[in-house]
Design a protein around this ligand. Structure first.
Ligand code: NDP
Length: 348
């Protein structure tokens, strides 16, 4: 097997067809899905216009759902999952990228409908890629990953709604998770007064979240119960990753004119509400989607991420795992046993 460094140096033609690289492949088994690290060749990859030598990918709640065979995440089988990747272009039929260019991929249904980042090599549609922002390496990009990028989209959404650091406390729900911990770190870095909502089983994460900049904590049984239409006003803004009664309570506790950026469903997809917060307090509820987010907005988010999330916070939030550890950690995410964000070193 050629080393990937050699492949990059000599060009892919030197290894075409026969040289193998490692990929985590999910396929149908007798009793469900099976995942295994397998040797593939470049000719096994889908026919897209940019071939990338992958450095890192990430593991997220969505892949947890996929490996658990829930929510029809893996739309094609076999599939190489991995909704994020960062690496270097090896070969390109697109005029936008040339060999040697460092690139990032997030979303666009990659890892769901297209093969993704859990491999040492990937072929990706050029429209799905963005250039690695200046001042960022591929490891930092995946420390951030879709989790940090989504957190930044939420922050940008709050800013566009007029939520400012001097407007009063903001709350982040699911704060110990990938998106939540990034949102805490970004908002605190920007000067917001951040309160973190963590469930009772994550109470041990208070110190971790304080280090990221959380000033206060909320939680407890009431967050699992349907709130009154209008609770006491507490929040100028909110980033919600949980949904269900948590989102309902956040909305009912918003200050006059406040905004909630809702991006997740970690607690459930239902939402039982009245119109009262909207019509009596002018509260706004804005949805945030990272997967199909237009190119210009995602580039803007990544440019912000290059400066608005401290490296020290990223180091605290992240742990790095090996390719063959992905199925284990995917199950851990679904069991609620993961704190922060996971990077996958596909070359380890
Ligand atoms: P994680 O699993 O890393 O974090 C989820 C967090 O939510 C956990 O800390 C968990 O804590 C908490 N949580 C779950 N249920 C509850 C509850 N009932 N009350 C309070 N806290 C709860 O997931 P991610 O950060 O990767 O993703 C979070 C959500 O955002 C997911 O639903 C994901 O699908 C979504 N997402 C959406 C994107 C978009 O484009 N819109 C992009 C990325 C993610 P505990 O274990 O204690 O319950």
């Amino acid at each position: 097997m050629l080393s990937l460094r050699q492949v990059f140096k000599e060009g892919v033609r030197g290894m075409m067809k026969t040289e193998t690289f490692r990929a985590l492949v999910v396929d149908k088994g007798d009793t469900g899905l099976v995942a295994a690290v397998k040797p593939l060749t470049v000719s096994d990859l889908p026919d897209e216009d940019v071939l990338i030598q992958v450095d890192y990918s990430t593991l997220n709640y969505k892949e947890g759902l996929g490996f658990a065979n829930r929510n029809k995440i893996f739309r094609i089988l076999p599939i190489v999952p991995g909704l994020d990747l960062a690496g270097t272009v090896v070969e390109s039929k697109s005029c936008r990228y040339k060999p040697g260019d460092p690139v990032i991929l997030n979303g666009w249904s990659v890892g769901e409908r297209y093969w993704g980042g859990y491999a040492q090599m990937a072929r990706i549609k050029s429209d799905f890629l963005i250039p690695l922002p200046k001042g960022m390496d591929t490891l930092k990009a995946m420390y951030i990953g879709t989790a940090g990028y989504t957190a930044m989209l939420c922050v940008m959404t709050l800013e566009q709604a007029g939520v400012t650091p001097d407007g009063g406390p903001v709350v982040v729900t699911g704060a110990a998770g990938g998106v939540g911990s990034n949102a805490v770190a970004i908002l605190a870095h920007l000067g917001y007064d951040v309160t973190a909502l963590v469930s009772a089983r994550k109470a041990f994460t208070h110190d971790f979240l304080r280090e990221l900049g959380a000033k206060a904590f909320v939680g407890g049984d009431k967050w699992a119960q349907t709130p009154s239409p209008l609770e006491s006003q507490r929040w100028a803004g909110a980033v919600d990753t949980v949904g269900t009664t948590v989102l309902a309570r956040v909305i009912s506790e918003m200050n006059y004119g406040g905004c909630v950026a809702a991006c997740g469903l970690a607690g459930g997809i239902d939402l039982s509400l009245t119109v009262m917060p909207f019509i009596l307090r002018g509260v706004s509820l804005r949805g945030v989607d990272s997967v199909w987010c237009p190119y210009e907005r995602r580039v803007a988010a990544w440019e912000r991420l290059a400066k608005d999330i401290p490296d020290a916070a990223l180091k605290k939030i992240n742990r790095i795992i090996k390719l063959d550890e992905v199925p284990h950690y995917a199950a851990q995410i679904m069991a609620g046993k993961v704190v922060g964000h996971i990077v996958v070193d596909v070359n380890a």
